[in-house]
Design a binder for this molecule. Structure first.
Ligand SMILES: [Fe+2]
Length: 436
């Protein structure tokens, strides 16, 4: 592991401490049936159960509700969560949470549901103007004043990792940009992860969420090392997105190996339960990893790819409005970005590609960008992912707007292994328009 040793070389005045926030997780088939016992242990009596209009008809919500009822919980369901939430949908969820006077929260769903639950818990527990807690420079970036009410997150997609992180993401409608709130206080108290929830997901949903997982792991692994940040004056000022570190590396490498083996299988064969189980575990590992390190440019660029959507409507998603699903909006940028970042830590790009199954024998550092981009493109082609940013509806005329949206994501851009300028971003979008 000589590359990792060198990657974390310390220098005078810079950070030499990394922190590990470990998520509480129970993983396995049938674990949703334990929700009631865990809720009781966490002191819940009156529970807000968050989900959405599609999931309410699937068995998982009923299973969790029955478990909560069996433990004598008073349960009120909120099923108005919007897929790809907005500030307006967060505010509606907050009104529900505030009026309901709940002492605990349970979320059953994908990232949108878990994120909405985090936000409602935050604003109901610590009321504030909406932009107060939102990441700077779009919001004021104020710290969350204290602990939130307990929250049990039950993910039903194998992607976002939201159950393991203190991050919530939404579209700010007035600026047409995705942004978020990041605080350790937002991390759910417990995640109950049942891989069986992925068995009914449509192909395109597994592809998009699976590539979200992949990019979490690869971005975390290639993020700027934590030792490159200036040492904080006090521990409380240490950011949650602390950069690549030896702890996150463990989850990233393990997740990338699982994805290399199982991602394409899990997408293309809904009856391959082994592949879907392993994809869910990879999502968990990558979630733990990026929750402790942070992602970088592919996610930063994704915010405007999703936020500026015009008429793209992917199969397998709600048909009533255009959207670029999160994982898809990330991965269409990824080959372009990793070609650009490879020179900063070529060994890590080559090793990441090797974990995903690329042939890397005899590769030199100069080959790193092409090797990782080539492996990603091969996997995108094998799973029906659109051919770049152009294939989800954008062209040269959109580059300025796309760049402006991504430039606002400084929290992510500064976590990249090399500096990224505004003109770099424009060039990255141009290179991401079409891959094959
Ligand atoms: Fe993501």
């Amino acid at each position: 592991m000589s590359c990792c040793h060198n990657y974390y070389a310390t220098t005078e005045g810079n950070e030499n401490v990394f922190s590990v926030d470990i998520s509480a997780i129970s993983f396995g088939h049938g674990v949703l049936g334990e929700a009631g016992e865990h809720a009781k242990t966490l002191g819940m009596k009156r529970v807000a159960l968050f989900t959405d209009k599609n999931l309410i008809n699937l068995p998982y919500v009923a299973q969790v509700r029955a478990a909560l009822k069996a433990s004598r919980m008073d349960v009120v369901i909120f099923d108005e969560v919007r897929v790809e939430p907005t500030d307006q949908s967060f505010l509606a969820a907050t009104r529900f949470a505030t009026e309901g006077k709940f002492d605990g929260y349970v979320s059953v769903g994908g990232g949108s549901v878990i994120d909405t639950c985090k936000a409602a818990n935050l604003y109901a527990t610590w009321p504030a103007d909406f932009l107060d807690y939102v990441n700077a420079p779009i919001g004021a970036g104020q710290p969350v004043p204290g602990p939130l009410r307990p929250h049990i997150a039950c993910p039903t997609t194998c992607g976002t990792g939201s159950e393991c992180t203190g991050i919530t993401i939404f579209d700010l409608l007035s600026l047409r940009v995705k942004t978020g709130i990041a605080s350790r206080r937002l991390k759910p108290s417990l995640a109950l992860i049942d891989p069986g929830t992925t068995y009914t997901l449509p192909k395109n949903v597994v592809a998009s969420s699976g590539f979200d997982v992949l990019s979490h792991a690869l971005e975390s692994y290639t993020a700027r090392p934590y030792t490159k940040r200036t040492a904080p004056g006090q521990p409380a000022l240490r950011p949650m997105s602390q950069g690549a570190n030896p702890w996150s590396d463990i989850g990233c490498e393990a997740a990338l190996k699982l994805l290399g083996q199982y991602l394409v299988r899990a997408v293309n064969d809904a009856s391959d339960f082994e592949a879907r189980d392993q994809l869910m575990y990879a999502a968990t590992l990558a979630g733990i990893a990026f929750g402790n390190s942070g992602v970088h440019v592919p996610h930063g660029m994704a915010y405007s790819v999703a936020g500026l959507v015009r008429d793209f409507q992917p199969e397998g998603y709600p048909a009533h409005e255009p959207m670029v699903p999160h994982g898809m909006s990330v991965i269409v940028n990824a080959p372009s970005v990793f070609r650009f970042t490879a020179c900063a830590c070529p060994e890590r790009h080559i090793h990441g590609a090797a974990c995903l199954g690329a042939q890397t024998q005899g590769a030199t550092n100069d080959d790193a960008g092409e090797i990782i981009a080539g492996q990603l493109i091969k996997m995108m082609q094998a799973t029906g992912i659109p051919n770049g940013v152009g294939a989800v509806g954008y062209g040269e005329a959109d580059v300025a707007d796309l760049t402006q949206g991504a430039w606002a994501q400084q929290r992510l851009l500064t976590n990249a292994p090399r500096a990224v300028s505004q003109s770099d971003l424009s060039q990255l979008y141009r290179s991401a328009m079409r891959y094959w």
